[in-house]
Ligand binder design. Sequence first.
Ligand code: UDP
Length: 239
Amino acid sequence: MTQVKYQRVVLKISGEALAGNNGTGIDPTVISHLAEEIKSVHDLGVQIGIVCGGGNMWRGETGEKLGMERSQADYMGMLATIMNGLALQDGLEHVGVPTRLQTSIEMRQIAEPYIRRKAIRHLEKGRVVIMGGGTGNPYFSTDTTAALRAAEINADVILMAKNGVDGVYSADPKLDPTAKKFSELTQLDVISKDLKVMDRTASSLSMDTNIPLIVFNVNTEGNIKKVVMGEHIGTVIEG
Ligand code: UDP
């Protein structure tokens, strides 16, 4: 195998990253781009688990603001992540990458249930495992799911794929021209400086599990491969 820094990774793809410039829904050109990028890393023999978000279609918080019961709205969000998972699975299989979609909420006709040992076995056999449905619990996020699944499958790193943003900044770089990009941080920095990386539950779980997290721009071609090979791009956050 070519020298890779990380042998087993969890790639967190937010719903927003699947929407492309549209902001909502699923952009097939984005799916194709991501599939090619993931394939280039799969070809190196890297074991890849993918946790997808659902914010391109629905967020529980939005439903709550509209007067819905929060858990009910969160289940809709979890279902959105599974639709994204199916789209990603389709994209990956179009470029010849073997996959399995596992979901935390059972829907046997379209996906396997998430079973930790099975997920690991698939990874060992070279299948990309897409983990849909979040944690399966309301009030959680897919960032927390990524932190949780990374710990469960003993991943070396969590790769946080961002849509157009190349790391963590002191402020929103689109709104504040003085915003400074961090090269390295700790999860404690993220929590104490209230940086917008992941929610607090996800940060504190990552702090406990001590799995590093790399935030990078997935839109730039070759970036996933660079990160996996150990090139320092984006922001590296230690546990
Ligand atoms: N969600 C949930 N529990 C989980 C993961 C997700 O209830 O364990 C719901 C929640 O409503 C959330 C939505 O699914 O708003 C979409 O997930 P998320 O916001 O994490 O997606 P992303 O921002 O990454 O696109």
